[in-house]
Design a protein around this ligand. Structure first.
Ligand code: FEO
Length: 409
């Protein structure tokens, strides 16, 4: 738990969470911080809460206590979106305190009654509505729907220039030293970016077309720092995180980095032997590449690599006339995040018949992935030297196409 005064009269209350799956699904090898904020004018507003996945908000209450903010002094609870990691404290909160108003969007009000057993006083806000807390502190609001929930909005405090950005511009990964980006070196922030991309690709990526719209909204505000619901507060690099998010949104269409992700699965190491040749070819070329085996690698890790990669190598055998099942499951998830426009080479072993390619074509067409494929290479049983030769050629062709595309930029 950490308490930080981030601007005059504005405090961050942050709790670290580890060893859980985010949204019950996404692995977080470096954990996550959940951030709440208190704005003190003549009246006090709590912006988003902190709640464990078990719905217990004791950490939030303890931090408010350390801040000498009695729960009963909180006049407004601003909920930038209603996801339970930020709003799940409400049921316990209202047992202690009943005289407060919830501030949220119209969609948020609908979700409030759906998710929480709450009969609360609600003020619905829309773009540019204001909430004057007195003492010079004024909050205003802008809707950023689908980044990443439909009810999402940002709150902006005009005296301090703090943008409370909801889950937008957030990251996974716990950073212990400080709440602010400017207390970290460029090398530390570069390493942290993997957790930002993991967060983006896992929970925001599917809604990428809404990200530029959200950025247009916040560009109208005189923002001095971006304070998200997860991860670091951005001061020195606030323009960079916004530019990075715009880049990540573009990556959905396939205009990503000159990187290749090799996803593979194998039953008896026949496809695995071909994968080794592909890895040797990638390594010798000097291109940036990522290798993940299924089903061993969690989906969130695959997606983090796929998101920044302009090309994919898919290696899997046929299994019972279909694709090796864990690869099919991984491709379904990649497809649902709409990772479009990749260049793809597929290879793999078969025994008594093929079938993996047919299922790949079906998944590709159904999810409208718009991938461009090199000719696939399949081999019966174990791969021979002639197969290895073809695989080397195709992998080199893929690498060359990325290099020439990148040189045009
Ligand atoms: Fe951090 Fe969308 O909840």
């Amino acid at each position: 738990m950490r308490l930080t005064e981030i601007a005059h009269g504005v405090h961050q209350l942050s709790v670290n969470v580890e060893n859980i799956l985010f949204e019950g699904l996404w692995e977080m090898p470096k954990g996550v911080s959940i951030n709440s904020y208190v704005v003190k004018g003549d009246e006090v507003a709590l912006i988003d809460g902190v709640c464990g996945w078990d719905g217990v908000p004791e950490s939030l209450f303890e931090l408010l206590d350390q801040l000498n903010v009695p729960i009963k002094s909180i006049k407004y609870v601003v909920l930038n979106h209603l996801e339970p990691d930020h709003a799940g404290f409400l049921d316990a909160f209202k047992q202690i305190h009943s005289d407060f108003e919830v501030i949220c969007t119209a969609k948020g009000a609908e979700l409030l009654t759906a998710f929480y057993d709450a009969h609360l006083k609600v003020r619905i806000v829309k773009d540019d509505d204001m909430l004057n807390l007195g003492g010079g502190k004024v909050l205003s609001f802008k809707e950023i729907p689908h980044v990443h929930w439909p009810d999402a909005m940002v709150s902006f405090e005009s005296q301090t220039g703090v943008l409370f950005s909801c889950d937008a511009f957030g990251s996974f990964g716990i950073m212990e030293k400080s709440a602010f980006d400017d207390d970290y070196t460029d090398a530390e922030i570069e390493a942290y970016e993997k957790e930002t991309i993991r967060y983006y690709s896992n929970i925001i990526g599917a809604f990428s077309p809404f990200v530029p719209k959200a950025v247009n909204q916040i560009n109208r505000l005189a923002v001095r720092m971006i304070a998200p619901g997860h991860g670091l507060i951005w001061r020195k690099r606030k323009d960079k995180i916004v530019a990075d998010y715009l880049d990540y949104a573009c990556y959905q269409k396939g205009i990503a980095r000159p990187e290749i992700t090799l996803l593979w699965g194998s039953m008896y190491n026949n496809t695995g032997a071909a994968v080794q040749v592909a890895i040797e070819t990638l390594e010798a070329s000097g291109i940036t590449y990522h290798v993940h085996q299924v089903p061993e690698t969690p989906w969130g890790e695959l997606l983090t690599s796929v998101w920044t990669s302009s090309a994919l190598i898919l290696a899997m055998p046929t299994y019972e006339y279909k694709m090796f099942p864990p690869m099919a499951a991984a491709l379904e998830e990649i497809g649902k995040k709409k990772a479009h426009g990749r260049k793809v080479f597929r290879m793999g072993s078969y025994g008594w018949s093929g079938g993996a390619q047919k299922e790949l074509d079906e998944i590709h067409d159904r999810l409208r992935l718009n991938w461009s494929f090199l000719p696939p290479h399949e081999f019966k049983g174990k791969p021979l030297e002639t197969d290895f030769e073809i695989i080397r050629e195709r992998v080199l062709e893929l690498i060359e196409s990325l290099k020439s595309e990148n040189s045009k930029k």
